[in-house]
Design a binder for this molecule. Structure first.
Ligand code: CO8
Length: 258
C-alpha cells in the first residue's frame, strides 16, 4: 500500500515508521492516523517484524492534532465520527512492542501519540507539551490520563493548565522518557534498542508488554495474578526451554517464537 503521510522501512525485523507531513510539523490528521494504524497493524501481522519504531523529523515528532482539520467541526460531527477514537483504539490493540523516537516538538496529540507507544527515547532537543488549553480545549487522546500516570498530578496539571513545554531533561527526570540521546544519534539509538528487542522471543516480549500495560488497568493483586499466569504460560513455549538451555550451555539462544 502506498502511504502519503508516513514512510515505512522494514529492516532486520524492525519496522521504522516515519511521520511525514513536514509542511505541518507532522500534525496528526485523519489520513496520517489512519495510515499509521494500518502500517502498525500490518507490522503486527507480519512475520518479518518483531518491533516497531515511530519517529518524526528533527524539528518535530508531531506538533499536535491538525488544528486546521478540527477548527470548523462541531460537537455532533466529532461525536458521530468518533474523531481519532477508532484510530486510537486500533493503535492500542497492537501487540508487538512500539518505541517512540522523539526529536523536537511532541505537543498535544503528538505527546499523546508518544505516550501511547511502549516507551519513549528522546533526543536532547525534544520538547513535550499539552498546549490544547491555548486553543480553548483539552487533550483528547489520553493526555490527561497518561501524562498524569507518568509524571504525577502536580506536573501533569501544570502542563495541561499552563500549556508550558517540558524539555528532554525534565521529561527524563520525571519518568516520561526512558532515555535521552544526542539528536543526531536518535534514529540509530532507537533502531539499536528495537534491534535488541527483536532478538528476544517475540512471545516473551508480547507477554511483557501485555503485563506491564495491565498494571495501568487493574489492582496490584489482580496485576500480580495476571503476571504470574502469563509467566507460567511461557513454560508452554519452546523459547522458554531454549532460553534456559542456552544459559546453562553458555551460548546465545536461538528463539523461534514457538
Ligand atoms: N496543526 C496544523 N498545523 C500546524 C500545527 C498543528 N497542530 N502545528 C504547526 N502547524 C503548521 C503551522 O501552521 C505552519 O504552517 P504554515 O507554514 O502553513 O503557516 C507550520 O506547521 C510550521 O509551524 P510554525 O510556523 O508555527 O513553526 P514554529 O517553529 O514557529 O512553531 C510550534 C512551532 C511551537 C510547534 C507551533 O507550530 C505551534 O504552536 N503549533 C501548534 C501546537 C499545538 O497547539 N498543538 C496542539 C494541537 S490540538 C491537539 O493536539 C488535540 C489532540 C487531541 C485530539 C483528540 C481527538 C479526539
Amino acid at each position: 500500500m502506498a502511504y502519503e503521510t508516513i514512510t515505512v522501512d522494514i529492516k532486520d525485523h524492525v519496522a521504522l515508521i516515519t511521520l511525514n507531513r513536514p509542511e505541518a510539523l507532522n500534525a496528526l490528521n485523519s489520513q496520517l492516523l489512519g495510515e499509521l494504524t494500518t502500517a502498525l497493524e500490518k507490522a503486527d501481522d507480519s512475520d518479518k517484524v518483531r518491533c516497531m519504531v515511530i519517529t518524526g523529523s528533527e524539528k518535530a515528532f508531531a506538533a499536535g492534532a491538525d488544528i486546521t482539520e478540527m477548527a470548523d467541526k462541531g460537537f455532533v460531527e466529532m461525536y458521530r465520527q468518533n474523531f481519532f477514537g477508532n484510530e486510537s483504539d486500533r493503535f492500542l490493540r497492537v501487540r508487538k512492542p512500539i518505541i517512540a523516537a522523539v526529536s523536537g516538538y511532541a505537543l498535544g496529540g503528538g505527546c499523546e501519540l508518544a505516550m501511547m507507544c511502549d516507551f519513549i527515547i528522546a533526543a536532547d532537543t525534544a520538547k513535550f507539551g499539552q498546549p490544547e488549553i491555548n486553543l480553548g480545549v483539552i487533550a483528547g487522546i489520553g493526555g490527561t490520563q497518561r501524562l498524569t500516570r507518568f509524571v504525577g498530578k502536580s506536573k501533569s496539571m501544570d502542563m495541561h493548565l499552563t500549556g508550558r513545554f517540558m524539555d528532554a531533561e525534565e521529561a527524563e527526570s520525571c519518568g516520561l522518557v526512558s532515555r535521552i540521546v544526542p539528536a543526531k544519534k536518535l534514529k540509530e539509538e532507537a533502531l539499536a534498542a528495537a534491534g535488541k528487542i527483536a532478538e528476544k522471543s517475540l512471545l516473551a516480549s508480547m507477554a511483557a508488554k501485555d503485563a506491564v500495560n495491565r498494571s495501568y488497568e487493574t489492582t496490584l493483586a489482580e496485576g500480580l495474578n495476571y503476571e504470574r499466569r502469563l509467566f507460567f504460560s511461557l513454560f508452554a513455549t519452546e523459547d522458554q526451554s531454549e532460553g534456559m538451555a542456552a544459559f546453562t550451555e553458555k551460548r546465545e539462544p536461538q528463539f523461534r517464537d514457538k
